[in-house]
Design a protein around this ligand. Structure first.
Ligand code: ZN
Length: 291
């Protein structure tokens, strides 16, 4: 009896296999990978939700995270200009780098490479994860990549993704309905983080507090925005958690419009513990300001 038990234990140990080791750049990607991978993945993440993803100071601990990873998921389109340094520094030659932008319909892609879109959107606008309809495309890539590492779990990954996408689709329907009364409304944003989000909801981004993506506000540009906000009766100035409020507050004081902090990533505002609660937060606050 004792021998049989030992044999069974050994057999069981042989059947359970190591979880797929994943590192993600953004916490939003970490959430999506967890939704798909369940207990068959371990996920580590690099950027905090209240950090500007364009500008991340590379630390040795990030290289350590990547050292034994199977997969490294990133947004791509040069959002993570700092990522190659982490990948090289990790000396992990077997990690597969998965650029989730591959099949995304990209917006604001310049006809030719120049500095007209500033320093940080050279390959087009990389903030596509804020249109929740793009999550289906991203999840397709996540399922495929996890299955390449662990082919036996493909069905498990696929059914988790399908269940998540059913929930997300129901949420998308609620969010679009909640925002329908504000279709066509004009907003100002600090950075061009909201291009995909606005295009999904039929909002018009009339201007940015930054003169160009990645360039700090200037008095002349802020004065122009004050005129624009007055003339167009713009009600909301959307500011990401990591930008300085002085220029937005100045515009709000001179015009009576409202500054609202919307989060671009999970953890960027209270209660944004996953992608769905992040979107809930943003929709509720924006609808409140536009009312
Ligand atoms: Zn950007």
């Amino acid at each position: 009896m004792k021998h049989l038990l030992v044999v069974l234990l050994v057999l069981c140990a042989g059947l359970t296999h190591a979880a797929v080791k994943v590192v993600t750049t953004l916490p939003d990607l970490a959430d999506l990978v967890r939704q798909v991978g369940g207990d068959r993945v371990t996920v580590d993440n690099i950027v905090r939700g209240d950090q500007n993803p364009h500008f991340v100071e590379v630390k040795p601990s990030y290289m350590m995270k990547l050292k034994s990873a199977d997969l490294f998921f990133m947004i791509g389109m040069d959002l993570e200009m700092w990522a190659p340094q982490i990948i090289d520094g990790s000396r992990n030659t077997k990690v597969e780098v998965v650029d989730l932008s591959k099949h995304i319909m990209k917006l604001e892609v310049p006809a030719k490479l120049d500095a007209s879109e500033g320093d940080v959107h050279k390959y087009g606008n990389p903030h596509y994860w804020l249109d929740p309809r793009n999550v289906r495309i991203m999840m397709g890539e996540i399922v495929a990549a996890l299955a390449r590492v662990s082919p036996g779990d493909e069905q498990y990954f696929r059914s988790n993704a399908d269940a998540y996408l059913r929930t997300l689709d129901a949420k998308i329907a609620q969010w679009t309905a909640a925002m329908k009364p504000f279709a066509g409304a004009k907003v100002i944003t600090f950075h061009k983080s909201w291009t995909y989000f606005a295009s999904w909801l039929g909002l018009t981004v009339a201007g940015q507090v930054e003169p160009k993506p990645g360039i700090v506000p200037s008095p002349a540009h802020t004065a122009e925005l004050i005129t624009l906000v007055r003339q167009s009766g713009i009600k909301a100035i959307i500011v990401e958690p990591f930008y300085d409020l002085s220029a937005p507050n100045q515009i709000a004081r001179s015009t009576g419009s409202k500054v609202i902090r919307l989060a671009t990533s999970v953890g960027g505002a209270d209660g944004t513990k996953d992608y769905i609660s992040l979107m809930e937060h943003n929709i509720a606050h924006l609808a409140g300001a536009l009312r």
